[in-house]
Every structure is written in C-alpha cells, then in structure tokens.
Ligand binder design. Structure first.
Ligand code: EPU
Length: 419
C-alpha cells in the first residue's frame, strides 16, 4: 500500500505548471470515436483516469500511440465492437461519455454503470432523457447501460438540472444527428467549451458552448487529421492557488487561463490573499492568517464544488467562523472528519458545514475519501505541524498528475512511501 508522508509546516513558494484539464480530457478521448480517422491530442494530463480511458478505447478497436507522456495519436478507423469492457467502464465516471459517442458512431453501445467518486446519488436521468429525445432507446439493468438508435434526429432538449456530463453527452450524440439540436439550460464549464472546440476542429458545427443555450447543427462526418491541445485544468490551478493561501506562500501558476479562475480569485481576495493576473500565468500569495468567508458552490461561473474541500482547508485555519454550503453534491463533506483528526473544528450537517477556524493543524494519519478530498489533505499536511500520512492515494492519482513532485518543487517535504 502506498501513502504520502508530508512534513509541515512549509510555505509553498515558486512556479508550478498546470496540466491539461482532467474533466475535458475524459470527454475528448471518447469524442475521438466520432472521427473516422486519426487525430492527435496534446496536453493530456498523465493520470489514471486517462490511462483507463485509453485502455477502453483500445478494447473497442482504436489504435493509440503515445508521442510523449502528455500526447497521443489515436486512430479510430476500426472500431469493431459495441460492448465496452464492464470492469473498466465501472471504474470511473466519465465512461458515460462512451454512450453519446458510440450512439453517434455505431448506433449502439453497452457499458457498465459509471463509477467515480462517491459524492452521494449521481443520477444520469438527464443524459438518458437527451438520448431518448434524439431517438435512442436506453435500458439500465444488471449494472449495465445499453443504448441503441437506428437513427438520431436533431431536436430541442431542455435540461431540468444544469449538468456538465449530460450537456457534453448530448453534444456527443447530436453532432452527427440529422438536423439541428438545441440544449437549453446547458452547463457552461470551461471543459464544455473545450469539448465543443475539439469537435468543431474536427468538422462539427456546435455554437453557443459556454452559454446556457447550445445549438448543434448535425454534420455528415468528422474528418480528423488535426492536432488538439486540451485546455489547462481550472481545478488543478485552483488547488495550487488555495495551497498558496493556506500555507502563507507565494506561487506563480504557468499554463492557466485566468478568466476561468475568477470565482476562486474573488474568494482568495476576500480571505486576505493577493492575486496578480499576468494573462497566461497567475501569482497568488498570502502574508497573513486567512480571514473567515462564506462559500456556496454553484455551477460555472460560480465557486466550483471541485475546489470546495481545498477551500475548506483554508477556512479551517481562518480567523473566525465560516460556513460552506455545498449545492451540487449530497455528500462532499467526508473530508471534514479527516481534517478534524488534524485539529480542525468543523461540523458538517447535510449540505452545510460550519468551520470554527483554529490557529494550527497538526499532522495525523488521514484517508482520502475522494479525489478533491485527497488534494485538500495534501494541502492540510503542508500546513500542519509534524507528519501527516495520507492513505487511499488511488483517488488522488485519478486526477492529479505528479502531485507530490509538483508540491515538492514548491518546497513541500512530501514523499510517496510504499508500506
Ligand atoms: N444530475 C442529475 N441528473 C443527471 C445528471 C446530474 O440529477 O442526469 C445532478 C447531480 O446529481 C448533481 C448535479 O446534477 O447534483 C450536477 O452533476 P453533473 O452532471 O454536472 O456532474 P458530473 O457530470 O457527473 C462533473 C465532474 C465532477 C464535478 C461535476 C460538477 C466529470 C467527469 N466530473 O460530474 O468532477 O464535480 O461535474 O461540476 O466531469 C471531480 O473532478 O472531482 C468531480 C467530481
């Protein structure tokens, strides 16, 4: 078993380069199934969710060549099965994108029920509603989802809930449909725009991505033969910004899009941090104990749920009492029990958590309960006095490329140890 051992406290200082966005990349890879040919994807984060995505695509018949650790060339000419391996598809959330992509490509697909972080109920009714509106039949039974369509026809779809996954999935299934599809109440996250940009680069006709109304004019085919670079990861960037504040450090983030970081920047300034926007890089520093603040997570451009646990570390050591209201996931406060083991004073009730800021945290053995909780614990370990041992690293490795190396370069005393 592996664990991370972090010895603190250390103010994190220096430069870090942000990787490509996990949540864009896990959608762009299945989107390559829409292309009858070859394309190259660059700035792919080297994380386990991407390795699993590539393995699944290979099992479906794609040929993948790794150009370097962050770039692949993928040939999807010979997709020869419509049954995705159940064990692999159940390992992560984004396997649901195979449904939209394969409905477009082959008119048929069977996948295992998507897995991923346990954040409470994660229904996919809006995905299914979209597929059915386009003409597909969807069956969910015995831990698998089967979808079939003789023909997909453009239509108007109103999303009852703002959903990142359903918006992307419907886009994937509508790109090659006959006629025009509109998605109303669409999600607006940067990765939605990125997936639309990728598909448009390959010949799709998608307009309005990044607004709440997306229009997809169906095209006959996507031609490929292009290179696409994945957008920088807004959540990884936010994680390092909050690490700078929590550790009273000074970090410059390279390869990020500062426009995507506005809600985080605003909260960092509210708690007493400083932010300097230099276009494609951003400097964040903090010379004081963070101040209290209240947070409510919201779909983009609101404060992202995927940075809520990392912000929770900042508020756990803030001067004063803070409240976080989690409006996206039912169960995203499991990390607060781990922070309390380190001396934090947090009471979580349902979707609300109350933070009574303490002056310091102290090292303890703790467990990642999900991906972003794991990143929060790495920050907490860097803030805390003494040694913190972080277990369940498989969660962190799903979404952060070389987390310990990036923290170490900023001065953290962090080692991965095999027990
Ligand atoms: N929802 C429904 N029905 C649906 C789909 C969603 O009720 O058919 C609800 C969900 O239960 C949730 C809300 O709508 O309450 C939003 O869910 P969304 O569909 O937007 O989430 P997702 O697509 O499953 C993605 C990210 C998550 C991130 C959320 C919200 C991927 C692979 N995952 O999940 O990322 O928290 O959007 O921004 O893109 C992470 O990276 O740590 C992570 C969990």
């Amino acid at each position: 078993m592996e664990k991370l051992v972090v010895k603190g406290p250390t103010p994190l200082k220096g430069e870090v380069t942000i990787s490509g966005a996990k949540n864009a990349a896990v959608a762009i890879l299945p989107a390559t199934l829409l292309i009858d040919g070859v394309c190259t994807i660059e700035n792919l984060p080297n994380i386990s969710d991407i390795k699993i995505s590539c393995e699944i695509l290979e099992k479906l018949g794609a040929k993948i060549t790794w150009n370097n650790k962050n770039s692949i060339t993928i040939d999807t000419t010979n997709i020869n099965t419509t049954k995705a391996p159940l064990d692999l598809t159940s390992k992560f959330r984004a396997s649901y994108y195979l449904i939209g992509a394969m409905l477009s490509r082959k008119g048929e697909i069977e996948v295992g029920m998507p897995g991923g972080c346990k954040l409470g109920a994660r229904p996919i009714d809006q995905h299914i509603k979209g597929f059915e509106r386009l003409g597909a039949t969807v069956t969910v039974e015995k831990g698998r989802i089967s979808a079939k369509a003789k023909k997909l026809t453009g239509t108007s779809i109103y999303m009852d809930i703002v959903s990142v996954g359903a918006t992307i999935n419907v886009m994937l299934s509508a790109v090659l449909a006959k006629g025009t599809t509109t998605i109303d109440n669409a999600a607006k996250e940067p990765h939605i725009v990125d997936v639309a940009n990728f598909l448009n680069t390959m010949g799709a006709d998608i307009r309005g991505a990044g607004t709440d109304m997306i229009k997809i004019n169906g095209v006959e085919k996507l031609s490929g033969n292009a290179t696409y670079s994945v957008v920088p990861d807004q959540i990884e960037a936010g994680t390092f910004m909050l690490a700078a504040v929590a550790t009273k450090g000074d970090i410059t983030l390279k390869n990020c899009i500062t426009k995507h970081l506005e809600s985080i920047t605003a909260k960092i300034i509210e708690v007493g941090g400083k932010v300097e926007d230099n276009g494609d890089s951003i400097r964040v520093w903090c010379n004081q104990r963070p101040q209290k603040a209240n947070i409510k997570t919201l779909p983009y451009p609101g404060f992202p749920t995927d940075l809520q646990p990392q912000m929770g570390v900042v508020l756990s050591i803030a001067d004063g009492a803070s409240i976080i209201n989690e409006s996206i996931w039912e169960s995203r406060f499991q990390y607060t029990d781990e922070l309390n083991k380190m001396g934090a004073k947090i009471t979580a009730q349902g979707k609300t958590a109350f933070f009574e800021g303490v002056k310091k945290l102290s090292g303890a053995p703790v467990y990642s309960t999900d991906l972003r909780a794991g990143a929060a614990l790495v920050i907490a370990g860097t803030v805390a006095n003494g040694s913190t041992e972080i277990y369940n690293l498989e969660h962190i490795d799903r979404g952060y490329e070389n987390i310990e190396e990036k923290f170490r370069k900023l001065g953290a005393k962090i080692e991965r140890v095999t027990e």
